[in-house]
Design a protein around this ligand. Structure first.
Ligand SMILES: NC(=O)c1ccc[n+]([C@@H]2O[C@H](COP(=O)([O-])OP(=O)(O)OC[C@H]3O[C@@H](n4cnc5c(N)ncnc54)[C@H](OP(=O)(O)O)[C@@H]3O)[C@@H](O)[C@H]2O)c1
Length: 187
């Protein structure tokens, strides 16, 4: 069982534009060409921040067009927020705030031996990293640059460096890079 940050990023390290658009991402490739189908099959619980959740609410029509319902995940999902946000119908949601370690045991139990997917944003993935709970980064690196936007992973990871475990080309618009996190450095 691993805790994984699986995200798509621009070549210059942004996961969304400054105004939270993902329109740059969708033309880059089909979900079916990526590792996503195998990845999501092994996920037992998800975590996401409020901005990511609000993107899902704002773009329900796009999500419905893609997967047929306003919420694409059947796994329990923890939404980190300091606010009271509305629930999306059909979604198994748990709202949480503060230290990610406080809910991690519940996430593990709910995941039932499967992986935990930290969907994003970058700082939430950083909070799991800071707590020594992040095992892996799986990055779909698009062949575009955004100049500015929401950062992929706003942390300094210098020594030991992340460990590159695989690289895969997906057409000419994407590359998938996988990195293991050296957790001993955090102890
Ligand atoms: N390209 C990709 O693969 C990908 C993946 C994920 C997301 N995205 C996009 O990237 C953008 C990410 O936005 P973002 O960087 O702002 O990150 P985010 O993690 O989605 O949202 C950040 C917000 O979550 C809440 N939050 C985070 N940690 C918390 C904690 N421990 N306790 C309580 N609240 C907490 C805070 O909001 P409040 O305090 O206001 O509630 C915070 O401002 C979104 O547009 C999303 O759609 C892209």
């Amino acid at each position: 069982m691993k805790t994984q940050y699986y995200a798509a990023t621009s070549l210059d390290g942004f996961i969304a534009t400054e105004d939270d658009s993902l329109d740059w991402l969708f033309p880059l490739g089909e979900v079916g060409q990526s590792s996503y189908p195998e990845f999501i099959a092994e996920v037992g619980a998800l975590a996401m921040g409020a901005t990511t959740y609000e993107w899902m609410m704002r773009n329900a029509d796009k999500v419905i067009a893609e997967v047929g319902s306003a919420w694409p995940y059947r796994q329990p999902t923890w939404i980190f927020t300091s606010r009271k946000l509305p629930a999306i119908e059909g979604a198994d949601l748990r709202f949480a705030s503060g230290d990610v370690r406080r809910v991690y045991a519940d996430m593990q139990a709910a995941a039932g031996g499967k992986n935990i997917w930290v969907v994003g944003g970058g700082d939430l993935a950083g909070q799991f990293y800071d707590a020594g709970l992040l095992d892996e980064l799986i990055l779909q690196v698009g062949s575009v640059t955004l100049g500015k936007g929401r950062p992929l992973f706003p942390r300094r990871v210098l020594s030991p460096v992340l460990s590159l475990t695989s690289m895969r080309q997906i057409g000419t618009s994407m590359a998938e890079l996988r990195y293991d996190v050296h957790k001993t450095a955090l102890e």
